[in-house]
Design a protein around this ligand. Structure first.
Ligand SMILES: Cc1cc2nc3c(=O)[nH]c(=O)nc-3n(C[C@H](O)[C@H](O)[C@H](O)COP(=O)(O)OP(=O)(O)OC[C@H]3O[C@@H](n4cnc5c(N)ncnc54)[C@H](O)[C@@H]3O)c2cc1C
Length: 437
């Protein structure tokens, strides 16, 4: 199953590898110190710089170490908002749900605009998404949600019955599903590099290996102590998402870091490659143990991701599981070998919603719930506009209400048990439906 040239690293890093070469010097004083150098941190910096606000980005590891160069590159415009790690969409009051979806719609517009304005060559392709239904009941639930998605997020969604499923995917694995036309894909590491270049071109220092160790209030502002010295700032923004640590314990208690794993296959014969996902969409499904997949930007490889395990495990463990998930859907790929396997952290929240706001005086943008390419870019943009005083409308994700749980202190010890339970429940759902794909 493993190709002789197998690498335990993201396929995306062949195009941009996270680096700490020539780390920028830390400024002594800035208006805004941003903790975390992923999409969220960089997009905050970009918008602040556009409004003339001086800032610095402080990244603990290499630039692009986090989820932002490890993800599947599927870009959604709100369709996953409220989807918890149980795979279910949690109920939100109808008025609020519409406002959240409208912001999801705006998030898609913002990332598209940034890519165009900054000329980021990242294989941005608007070819839509197909979400396969695991059971007939899931199909019915998708059908019920479509009106809301189309009204509030203008998502261009419609159902594809099982009889027409092969127009979307060369497989009979699902009970039909939902197409969301207003979705896209990109090359995550090239999008990251493009943001980084755009931020640097505006003179912002992006400091690698400058892990923040302590943040202390002083004289109405902050002293931010890092592994490479101190920075004084008027405002601090926390953009650490699935890597949020003990520097911000109150925020650590509000996000559950969940591992997600991906494999890339070797190049496929052209005919086979073209046949798998005829419309070039991104795919995901309605199982609790979610899988998401697509073709590589050159159309030659399958990039297949999923929650093979809910915690970090080695590629020796995750890759065979993902390979099996892939061949469950595409038996025709049985002999295809894996060239890359990797993992990264996503940040789930207890209400399954992304959040921005203020905690203990610091700004934060956290909780991508597995769909953060557009969303974390957007929350960074919104946070920057709020700090610069140019936000002309409220963001529905900006709320005081960022739930926690008295028994959760930031250590997700329970995830392996939950993962095993969800795998079992997925199997039971399908058996109860009396339908096996
Ligand atoms: C395997 C995988 C697949 C995914 N697939 C998709 C997808 O297809 N579509 C989608 O929309 N989303 C997807 N996501 C989610 C998406 O990648 C994230 O939502 C997004 O990248 C988060 O960006 P971010 O800037 O908030 O966090 P990150 O990119 O994770 O960056 C956070 C950074 O904070 C740094 N940090 C932490 N603590 C400190 C500290 N004390 N000091 C300084 N720096 C610190 C970390 O080193 C890290 O680099 C996926 C995620 C993973 C892991």
């Amino acid at each position: 199953m493993f190709h002789p040239d197998f690498k335990s690293m993201p396929y995306w890093w062949e195009a941009y590898h996270p680096t700490a070469a020539d780390p920028a010097d830390l400024p002594r004083r800035v208006r805004v110190a941003i903790v975390g150098g992923g999409y969220g941190g960089l997009s905050t910096a970009l918008e602040l710089a556009r409004h003339g606000e001086e800032c610095v980005v402080l990244e603990a590891a290499e630039l692009g170490f986090g989820a932002s160069t490890r993800n599947g590159g599927g870009v959604s415009g709100g369709v996953n908002i409220g989807k918890s790690f149980s795979g279910r969409t949690l109920a939100v009051a109808p008025g609020r749900a519409a406002a959240l979806l409208a912001d999801g719609h705006d998030a898609f517009a913002v990332i598209e605009r940034i890519i165009a304005e900054e000329n980021i060559a990242c294989f941005w392709q608007k070819r839509g998404r197909f979400v396969g239904a695991w059971t007939p009941a899931h199909y019915a639930a998708q059908e019920k949600r479509i009106g809301m998605l189309n009204d509030a997020a203008q998502s261009g969604s419609y159902m594809v019955p099982r009889a027409r499923q092969r127009e979307e995917i060369a497989s009979d694995f699902y009970y039909g599903g939902m197409v969301v036309e207003r979705s896209a894909s990109l090359h995550p590491a090239l999008y990251y590099k493009g943001l980084l270049d755009a931020v640097r071109a505006r003179g912002v220092q992006v400091c690698a290996r400058a892990g923040v160790e302590r943040i202390t209030p002083r004289d109405g502002g902050w002293v931010v102590r890092t592994a490479r010295g101190e920075v004084e700032a008027d405002e601090v923004v926390i953009a650490t998402n699935g890597y949020t640590g003990d520097v911000t314990p109150a925020l650590k208690r509000r996000v559950v870091p969940l591992a997600s794993h991906i494999i890339a296959t070797e190049e496929l014969p052209e005919d086979l490659a073209r046949s798998l996902i005829p419309k070039g969409r991104t795919l995901s499904d309605t199982r609790r143990v979610l899988c998401y997949y697509r073709m590589s930007p050159d159309g030659r490889r399958v990039i297949f991701g999923g929650r093979a395990r809910f915690t970090q495990v080695s590629p020796e463990v995750s890759a065979p599981i993902l390979h099996r998930f892939m061949t469950d859907r595409f038996p025709q790929l049985r002999d295809v070998r894996v060239t890359h396997a990797w993992t990264g952290n996503v940040a789930f929240t207890l209400d399954a919603l992304p959040h921005m706001g203020r905690q203990d005086g610091m700004h934060y943008l956290l909780g991508c719930n597995g769909s953060g390419v557009a969303m974390m870019t957007y929350l960074g943009w919104q946070t920057a506009r709020k700090i610069a005083g140019v936000a002309n409308q409220d963001c529905a994700f900006d709320s005081e209400d960022f739930p926690t749980h008295p028994l959760y202190t930031g250590n997700p010890w329970f995830l392996p048990a939950i993962g095993a339970w969800y795998r079992l429940r997925d199997g039971i759902d399908r058996r109860l439906a009396g339908w096996g794909g």
